[in-house]
Design a protein around this ligand. Structure first.
Ligand code: 0O2
Length: 249
């Protein structure tokens, strides 16, 4: 038995593999117990540190490219540690015990970093540059841009393991990196909102889902066109530079 087993509510102990959702009051109790546990606090601190490491890596790449190519491929970076209630739901869904060990071994998205790029090409450039770094271990890639989800969701997901140096030594920590364009992010935030609207009636939900899917397709087309414009502008710039060199010579 791990220390963390102590934070599991006795009423949940027998049922943990059977239930997929919890009544709100039980969820609140579990959340409070989790948050007051020292081990849980420590784990969340470790995930926050891992997020900082990944954010720094992305910021460094963006700074370098802005000096080298005079443009920022990353338009913004956001991050979050998963909320205790979302961690609980995921553990329940996967039939896992409420332990720090189970969380750290089985959940890869407790720490999340979202990198928002201007253009589709930038997504793959940043992803490749991150994957190349030898202190970062690539665990999994889900390319929902090449293979969008049925609902229209598009984004590039990487699960990475990054070493974080604490007082007791080095700990490899998992972080989920989501990389997407501004347009994809705009779509995903509206889709996310729909997921949490519980009072919506089924016909409306179906209609909104169909509209969202059609928006996702139009957004994908727009992203492609914006990418082509970017490439044309780059080609003009390149041509200008090469003629300047010839004139100088
Ligand atoms: P939140 O609130 O963002 O944390 P897994 O068990 O993790 O391997 P999962 O969760 O299906 O399996 O992995 P996947 O498909 O890589 O999705 C992980 C995250 O991507 C989700 O986290 C969302 O943030 C985002 N995502 C995936 N599909 C969709 C979608 O259809 N719409 C939107 N808006 N976001 C999506 P969480 O834990 O679901 O949520």
């Amino acid at each position: 038995m791990t220390e963390y087993d102590n934070i599991m509510l006795p009423s949940l102990r027998e049922k943990e593999h059977e239930i997929a959702t919890l009544p709100d009051d039980l969820m609140d109790q579990l959340k409070m117990v989790m948050q007051s546990s020292q081990q849980f606090q420590e784990m969340m601190m470790m995930y926050k540190c891992a997020i900082r490491e990944v954010r720094t890596k992305a910021e460094v790449l963006n700074d370098e490219m802005s000096v080298r190519y005079h443009r920022n491929p990353i338009s913004s970076i956001t991050s979050r540690v998963k909320k205790p209630e979302s961690i609980t739901q995921k553990l329940l869904k996967k039939g896992l015990p409420f332990t720090v060990e189970a969380i750290m071994t089985n959940l890869s998205d407790v720490a999340g970093v979202r990198i928002i790029c201007e253009f589709i090409d930038d997504i793959y450039t940043i992803a490749a540059m991150l994957a190349m770094q030898d202190d970062l271990k690539l665990i999994q890639i889900k390319d929902y841009i090449k293979y969008p989800k049925d609902n229209g969701y598009r984004s590039y997901h990487m699960i990475v393991e990054i070493p974080v140096f604490f007082s007791k030594g080095k700990t490899p920590m998992r972080v989920e990196i989501q990389i997407r364009t501004i347009a994809m992010d705009f779509w995903a935030s509206l889709d996310h909102e729909l997921k949490y609207k519980k009072d919506i009636n089924p016909e409306d939900e179906e209609m909104i889902a169909a509209e969202l899917l059609s928006c996702a397709e139009r957004i994908a087309e727009t992203d492609m066109i914006m990418q082509q414009i970017r490439m044309k502008l780059d080609a003009v710039e390149q041509h200008k530079k090469s003629t300047e060199i010839i004139i100088d010579e």
